[in-house]
Design a protein around this ligand. Structure first.
Ligand code: CA
Length: 226
């Protein structure tokens, strides 16, 4: 089933979209603000995102940028902003298509189908497994194995790990991790990262005191190395 994440703060529009999408056999997740959208997307990666730009907590453009840090699912902007500059800004940030409000439901559904089709044709999908010398991460089953042992992760540990492995070899800032895992109001809670990274290392690294995969960049962030 194709999973659609609808990000929209207008309950009437949410209701109309959810009804229409479910009638067409899509699986629907809804978020009323940007922070919820990013959390949901990390927990259950969507196949396609419908995104309003005027959100109560953050600008939709920043939601696009945050998603594009790791997600390759097509993003369709559905917004009342209609100038070409506003459209260019959204497309430059990483949106795939743009529909202005008020929209025709049939046209929106057609564009959604087209976006999903393009992704499938391009063979673009999230990686299914990530293997290191010490452990293997199965993104589909949301499981980590070390040899024959299944390692249990808490939902928060899992989200944190997922954000890191979607940027292999790249520094992910403390701010981005806190924003994506805990939400925008937690940007300064770097102690959370220290605690959860230590837990992840204890579970995943052969020698947690000399991590080879979950690397700290002091004062900046963290990096996942295969
Ligand atoms: Ca809005």
């Amino acid at each position: 089933m194709t999973r659609v994440l609808v990000v929209e703060d207008n309950p009437q529009i949410i209701r109309a979209l959810a009804l229409n999408l479910k009638a067409r056999k899509y699986e629907v997740d809804t978020a009323l603000d940007g922070a919820t959208a990013l959390r949901l997307a990390a927990a259950a990666p969507p196949d396609v995102v419908l995104l309003d730009l005027g959100l109560p907590d953050m600008d939709g453009i920043d939601v696009i940028r945050a998603l594009r840090g790791w997600a390759r699912a097509p993003i369709l902007v559905v917004s009342a902003r209609h100038t070409s500059m506003e459209k260019v800004q959204a497309l430059d940030a990483g949106a795939d298509d743009y529909v202005t409000k008020p929209f025709s439901m049939d046209e929106l559904m057609a564009r959604l189908r087209a976006a999903v089709r393009r992704t499938e044709e391009a063979g673009v999908g999230e990686p299914v497994t990530v293997a290191t010398d010490d452990f293997t991460i199965d993104l589909l089953a949301k499981k980590v194995h070390r040899g024959d042992t299944d390692i249990r992760l808490t939902p928060t540990e899992w989200q944190l790990l997922e954000v890191l492995i979607r940027h292999p070899g790249r520094l992910v800032s403390q701010k981005q991790l806190l924003q994506e895992v805990w939400g925008p109001s937690y940007e300064t809670h770097t102690n959370y990262l220290r605690v959860y990274m230590a837990q992840l290392r204890r579970k995943l690294e052969t020698d947690p005191t000399h991590p080879r995969h979950l690397i700290t960049e002091p004062g900046m962030g963290y990096r996942f190395e295969k």
